[in-house]
Design a protein around this ligand. Sequence first.
Ligand code: FAD
Ligand code: NA7
Length: 512
Amino acid sequence: MAALCRGRHRWKKTDCFHILTRALTGKHEYDLLVVGGGSGGLACSKEAAQLGQKVIVLDYVEPSVKGTKWGLGGTCVNVGCIPKKLMHQTALLGTAVKDAQKYGWNISGPVSHDWSTMADAIQNHVRSLNWGHRVQLQDKKVKYLNMKGSLLDEHTVKAVTKAGKETTLTAKNIVLATGGRPRYPTNIPGAMEHGITSDDIFWLKKSPGKTLVVGASYVALESAGFLTGLGLDATVMVRSIALRGFDQQMAGLVTDYMEAYGTRFAWNSLPKRVDKLSSGALQVTWVDTQTGAEQKDTFDSVLWAVGRAPETKALGLDKVGVQINEQTGKIVVREDESTSVPNIYAFGDIGEGRPELTPTAIQAGKLLARRLAGQGDELMNYDNVPTTVFTPLEYGCVGLSEEEAVRKFSKDGVEVYHAFFKPLEFTVAERDVSQCYLKVICERHRDQKILGLHFTGPNAGEVTQGFALGLQCGATYSHLQKTVGIHPTCAEEVTKVNITKRSGLDATVTGC
Ligand code: FAD
Ligand code: NA7
């Protein structure tokens, strides 16, 4: 240990003192030290404290490239799920106002939307959540420091304040839950200088105006969807396919609906450069990957939604030998969230192969806390995790996509029940129902166990959540048939589905 203090790490004397003291006495200041106060880290630290552990959590937010900052709670609360869902809700209300007139509401004068009113309200709500998290930590006796943590050894973390003041902390176990941040493309001139990311969009004081959203995964589509819903001119630039990793038939329905809803799509397009014109507008040059032709257009904002990078670089992982996947930068974790170094655990968005979702981070964090406190041995089950894409037509799913099911069980081994249905609320409003669809993917042989369930329609998250329980319990098609629907709902259409894709029969639901 003394040799380590003299060696290549060049640790400060105080760090060495803590490490040596702990090595000699075998005592740690804390039972658990959590680096990262986001969805996972907060859940883990609160659960551990409730089980009687002495816990400390460090959370520190580096401002975005554009200088956007936020408080305690991590991505979901500040720059993810929460402001996103509220902006989606804002957009849904805009559609509802249009529907309302068909239902007899007299809405006099043109309806318009004010970005700053929405932004203020959402930002205030987020701040209230930041405060709520602080209070909860205090109530549960979790020590919280607004400091950036990095590893010194398997029991020791260096914590640094914004002003550069350093402290060394020791704990029996260290949990890393530092999440991720949006990436910028590296090879596109002007991308970083002139573009924003999801770390900024929810904190803008002024409307982003005509916006180009680059990327086609769910962050991109959701953002373009709510921007369109707010009445803005929004274009999605897609270099390959939309919603990679999701069922591709469903992805097609989502983007078809968005196109009909007013979102523009630049398919097969690769951005090349972004230039700021003297007018202040951003001129984007891109290449059509099929024809090779170069195209240009001007936008008020360019939003990069080209993926996220795990926050692992500043953690000092190499110093202590925590193994990462060199390609993704994520930490290699076992099923119990342990890393290659004893006493160091990692989960949530920085865990290799883990879903990048809040509920999985929360659940995994709680279970880890229980195991570390010696009060349980249950592992996180990452199978059949439901999720929803909050695009103008929402898409909820749980279990396997049709492609995955066919890959796993062969085309012959899979039965797909499907239906195009008509949400009752769309009828009077005369809204297009072409993309309201559901499919239930089952094993074809044996008892027709349900492998996957997919739904595009209103309230897809609410619909999918309940059926996720069924999949956890190993539901079969026969269980679904025995389930009585709630009338009149869209969810009941799932219980009524009876046309197989194999039959080739028309899957359009008729009657009520
Ligand atoms: P995070 O919540 O990211 O928390 C990590 C925290 O650690 C952050 O506060 C970070 O600043 C801090 N930190 C980083 N490094 C250090 C350090 N060295 N020291 C101290 N602190 C540090 N998921 C859903 O389930 N539903 C959704 O609808 C949804 N929508 C999303 C929309 C967007 C736009 C985005 C970007 C994500 C969305 N997600 C959604 C994903 C969800 O937000 C993440 O999966 C979740 O927040 C991950 O939790 P985490 O605990 O792993 O990390
Ligand atoms: P994802 O899911 O990693 O998707 C990134 C998207 O951006 C995807 O459509 C990519 O296309 C596209 N992409 C990546 N690089 C480029 C460049 N250089 N130019 C154009 N398009 C590009 O990222 P998200 O941010 O949407 O979501 C990440 C996670 O955050 C997600 O799992 C959620 O849980 C929360 P590709 O398909 O690779 O051709």
